[in-house]
Design a protein around this ligand. Structure first.
Ligand code: AMP
Length: 192
């Protein structure tokens, strides 16, 4: 699991790391944006939520992940980027995994100063053509992160499983810090 505030760089790091280890990169934000773009039932439901910076209901997200991790590309592992985002989602994930005799192997928190987050988000405005990348929605996303997602830090710290990586640096530097911090992660065994 990759955790971090909006703009902490977890999506970029997840993409590089997943490619390197040949494991699946599951970005719930990207899955939802796809659903919106395709105009599916789910997409229509979540569009106004994403555009306001709020969170999609936990039951929908849990069902989405439960289905996604059954896909073949997850057999040798996967990175969850953007999920869980609330304590109930984390609890549901723990339950889901333990029902299959599995558990999370690494939970990584990308720590970035508030100034860096704001500067990165300002830089991202318009560049990724995301409907939720305007200043007002970004501020709401940060507020929601603090209120709903930041409690996960405590949740995973209590499980003794949280790995902290300082994200206040260039992409390559953060990647090398990440690789050092999670040195036990194996590459895909069978590969697709
Ligand atoms: P992201 O690309 O991860 O920043 O996600 C973009 C938006 O998708 C978020 O602001 C939420 O509206 C929604 N979203 C993504 N993942 C979740 C999740 N695990 N729970 C609830 N909403 C989510």
């Amino acid at each position: 699991v990759f955790l971090g505030a909006p703009g902490a760089g977890k999506g970029t790091q997840a993409q590089i790391f997943a490619q390197d280890k040949k494991v699946a990169h599951i970005s719930t934000g990207a899955m939802l944006r796809d659903a919106v773009a395709q105009g599916t039932e789910l997409g229509q439901k979540v569009k106004p939520i994403i555009e306001s910076g709020g969170l999609v209901p936990d039951d929908l997200m849990v069902a989405l992940i439960e289905d996604r991790i059954k896909h073949d590309d997850c057999k040798c592992g996967y990175i969850l980027d953007g999920f869980p985002r609330t304590v109930p989602q984390a609890e549901a994930l723990d339950k889901m995994l333990s029902a299959h005799g599995e558990k999370l192997t690494h939970i990584v928190l990308f720590e970035v100063s508030e100034e860096a987050v704001l500067a990165r988000l300002a830089g991202r405005r318009g560049s990724e053509s995301r409907a939720d990348d305007n200043a007002e929605v970004q501020m709401e996303r940060i507020r929601v992160y603090r209120e709903k997602t930041a409690p996960l830090i405590d949740y995973y710290e209590k499980q003794g499983a949280l790995i902290k990586v300082s994200g206040d640096a260039a992409i390559e530097e953060v990647q090398s810090r990440l690789v050092k911090a999670v040195s036990g992660v194996k590459s895909c065994c069978c590969c697709h």
